[in-house]
Unconditional design. Structure first.
Length: 497
């Protein structure tokens, strides 16, 4: 099949950008037809085989914006070829976008500039992409409206799942749900959310925090509502407070290469290699600019997902990046102003429940990035890393899968984790109230038996009855079962304002 657009550029220029997920190819069709694995293009629409400028214009018009490929392709496009395009269509939308990207990605102006008029045009079509605030280029009357800048930018396509997620208003529903609880139940529900968000964030990395460490992380989560902007110093403080090993506590971003290990020996066990330390300061400056500004200008869950996953892909510290990325997700929600002070959406609890999908989402970027690094094993714990791709693979990345996952986990955190736990607490209170009115018994025993009975669908096993028989009145077991079954048979008590 004859390849076109981005796939043509990737093949003919021998680029190291990620492979085009749905390449454009000439097929026996009468019009452009998107298919699951390719974009079918009729021969009469295809650009000339050897015309690089025409291939770029075709890609921008029909395939969207792939900044990785564009950044690597622009050095191959001569100024005269671009000027010829502009001479033919000086006010054409895609010609102006191409000229803007040529200058921006190369870091140099065209030697000549034909007069340009007409309305400003966007680099990213808002009907196709989630976009950010417009950064105007008056030379070409072009708005760069990506999620970031021309030096670091994520791309998020408006898939059905993402459009549905933005329309679902999870944060608004979370605030309404929590505001509908009485003060006592709200305090207990949030106490559960903060504790389990902490425990599950550590558990994702197969760690169990000490009581002091858990208390410190809960304190951090609550401090997120203060809106302190991310800086290198603040991020280093956060990292130091979340890691246990004193040798891994950071005071600045890493100055050495790190890597992630998976199963396997030697180089085969290296699952991801983050950007080299020389590139990290600039990338983190751009990341911090996005993370500090985006929650107020972009859908908060989009901003949180891009910031959290972008952080973990940059991996600016030698340890603690994963749990810190999940804190960043929470802080982005707080910074949006859509999650009232003190409230929390326990996204890490949902992620822990869907850990395999979380890993798969991380691998949507980490796997192709790993394929572009040659790793040589030197000695135990020592490797040589030869980056086969340039900085473009770290600057520009497709965050669509990450944002879809972020919306799914946010909805799960509210509709399953938070609501189910709140319903459990309300049912627990009602059962305990009914039993207390009839039976005099120790509070701790009552709490334990009510929890066991709820977890077991309204039944206390013979083993549990025998275990507590020496200190619980015999009538209590039947009373707890009866109250539990009655409460479970009715809808959960509605929240009280």
């Amino acid at each position: 099949m004859r390849k076109l657009g981005y796939a043509w550029l990737h093949q003919h220029l021998n680029l190291t950008a990620f492979d085009v997920p749905r390449p454009a190819c000439v097929r026996p069709v009468t019009r452009l037809m998107p298919m699951p694995d390719l974009l079918a293009v009729p021969a009469h629409v295809a650009p000339a085989e050897g015309d690089m400028a025409a291939q770029l214009l075709f890609a921008l018009k029909h395939e969207g914006v792939n900044l990785q490929i564009l950044a690597q392709a622009m050095p191959h496009l001569g100024a005269q070829s671009l000027l010829a395009v502009l001479a033919a269509t000086p006010n054409g939308r895609y010609a102006r976008v191409l000229a803007h990207l040529w200058e921006t990605l190369r870091g140099e102006p065209l030697p000549q500039r034909p007069p340009v008029s007409g309305a400003y045009v966007d680099v990213f079509d808002p009907r196709r992409y989630v976009t950010g605030p417009a950064q105007r280029d008056p030379r070409w009357r072009v708005n760069f409206n990506g999620l970031g800048t021309a030096r670091y930018c994520a791309t998020v396509e408006r898939t059905p799942a993402i459009d549905q997620g933005m329309a679902a208003d999870v944060l608004g529903r979370t605030a309404a749900f929590l505001d509908g609880l009485d003060a006592v139940l709200l305090d207990r529900a949030l106490g559960w959310a903060y504790l389990h968000e902490t425990e599950d964030s550590y558990a994702i990395e197969h760690e169990k925090p000490s009581e002091d460490k858990a208390r410190a992380f809960v304190h951090l989560l609550k401090m997120a509502h203060q809106g302190r902007p991310f800086t290198e110093g603040y991020l280093a403080e956060l990292q130091s407070s979340t890691v246990t090993n004193p040798f891994d506590k950071a005071v600045q971003f890493r100055t050495e290469q790190n890597w992630l290990r998976g199963p396997g020996r030697g180089a085969a066990g290296v699952s991801y290699v983050p950007p080299p330390p020389a590139l990290l300061p600039e990338l983190m400056d751009e990341w911090m600019r996005f993370a500090n500004q985006a929650p107020r200008h972009v859908d908060p869950i989009v901003a949180a997902s891009v910031a959290a996953f972008g952080f973990v892909f940059l991996h600016p510290f030698m340890d603690g990046n994963g749990r810190l990325s999940r804190f960043i997700f929470h802080q982005a929600l707080c910074a949006s102003g859509r999650l009232p002070k003190g409230q929390l959406l326990p996204v890490s609890v949902a992620m822990k429940r869907h850990e395999a999908q979380y890993l798969q989402t991380l691998q949507s970027y980490s796997r192709p990035a790993r394929e572009r690094v040659h790793v040589s094993w030197i000695d135990e714990g020592q490797y040589h890393f030869d980056f086969k791709a340039d900085a473009a693979i770290f600057r520009y990345w497709d965050a669509t899968a990450c944002v879809e996952f972020g919306f799914q986990m946010a909805a799960q955190a509210l509709d399953v984790e938070l609501k189910q736990e709140t319903a459990f607490l309300a049912r627990f209170d009602e059962i305990a109230r009914r039993v207390n009115a009839r039976i005099d018994m120790r509070g701790n025993d009552l709490a334990t038996l009510v929890t066991l009975c709820l977890d077991n669908g309204g039944t206390l096993s013979a083993r549990k009855r025998k275990r507590y028989a020496h200190r619980v009145p015999a009538a209590a077991f039947d009373a707890i079962e009866a109250a539990t079954r009655a409460v479970l048979a009715t809808p959960a008590p509605p929240p009280r304002a």
